[in-house]
Design a protein around this ligand. Structure first.
Ligand code: BTN
Length: 324
């Protein structure tokens, strides 16, 4: 739901550098001029640069470059994803906060953290999360069985890839859910689930994207084979706009996931796959297999042609490309 604060921001943005009086703002929003004054003060406290032009009104000069909920909400085109936003400038891990709040939270709530001090990756690894990236978790309550949750991760990997590609960048998916640019990882997804025997209670989809930062901002031991959007393009991205686009893609893909055969999503993943045709080694809890990837099945499993010629379906595992 849009707050009065974000409605004021929208109205000031729509004025496009022209002054808008407190009286007009109040009328537009159905609040008193005194309340308008209070909201303007609280926006200034949060580093919105708002000038008061005598006898004319307020002019928005600049907005803070942070992922403030009001900023995300103003211009967000979704109805579910991000309709509630929990925001921290610093926290241990957005997934931890989301898991703690998930039972009481509405589906589609997101937790956004500007800087994570204990960011977590898959398989117990650390995830470097300095300022400048996008680190957030989405709480979902799908009516699916436990074994189908990995399909959600694949689906949202696709959403991330498509969003990056909107900026003219050739992003691809490395099975199961890494996002690569020029063979280097720019984003990862950590999905965590709470489930009864056969029904999922909630799923937390944690997404990390290396955006306006350089590899130098990441500890040396976590840099291997990684990259950032800024390092790849030399540009600085509007993270609010990026997150708005991503949440929209995620919502569209979640609707497709819930209403259409999963094979439709798989076909798109296959067309943007970096992994098909690669020589790989896949590590599973009880064994390691090597071979060449010949496809991704309709259920999202990796189709690996082993060195003995047999094709094996691998549902989950850590996939490493073999060095040439
Ligand atoms: C991986 O590729 O290993 C998954 C990385 C997932 C990182 C994100 S950042 C937001 C969310 N919070 C975390 O602690 N981890 C995920």
């Amino acid at each position: 739901m849009k707050s009065k604060r974000s409605e004021i921001i929208n109205a000031l943005k729509a004025a496009d550098g022209k002054a808008i009086s407190g009286e007009d703002l109040g009328r537009e929003l159905g609040i008193s001029r005194t309340m308008v004054c209070k909201y303007i003060k609280s926006l200034r406290d949060d580093n919105y640069e708002i000038l008061s032009a005598p006898k004319k009104g307020y002019v928005l000069k600049s907005v803070p470059k942070l992922l403030y909920p009001d900023e995300i909400l103003s211009g967000l085109k979704t109805t579910l994803f991000g309709k509630n936003i929990v925001y921290y400038e610093e926290a241990n891990s957005s997934n931890d906060i989301a898991k703690k709040d998930a039972l009481a939270a509405e589906e589609g709530t997101i937790v956004v953290v500007e800087q994570q001090t204990g960011g977590r990756g898959r398989l117990g690894r650390r995830w470097a999360s300095p300022k400048g990236g996008i680190w957030f978790s989405t709480i979902l309550k799908p009516r699916i069985s436990l074994e189908k949750t990995s399909r959600l991760t694949l689906t949202f990997g696709l959403s991330v890839v498509k969003t990056i590609r909107m900026y003219g960048i050739d992003a691809k998916i490395k099975w199961p859910n890494d996002v690569l640019i020029n063979g280097k990882k720019v984003s990862g997804i950590l999905t965590e689930v709470e489930a009864e025997v056969d029904a999922v209670e909630f799923v937390v989809i944690g997404i990390g994207i290396n955006v306006n930062m350089s590899l130098k901002d990441i500890p040396e031991d976590l840099r291997e084979n990684s990259t950032t959007l800024r390092d790849e393009t030399g540009k600085t991205f509007d993270r609010v706009e990026f997150l708005q686009k991503l949440l929209y893609e995620m919502e569209q893909d979640y609707i497709r996931f819930s209403t259409q055969p999963f094979s439709d999503i798989i076909n798109e993943i296959v067309s943007l796959s970096d992994t098909i045709g690669k020589d790989v080694t896949v590590t599973m809890p009880n064994r390691i297999v090597s071979g060449v990837v010949v496809g991704i099945s309709k259920t999202g499993a990796l189709l690996l042609k082993r060195n003995d010629g047999a094709v094996e379906e691998i549902i989950a595992g850590r996939c490493l490309y073999s060095k040439k």
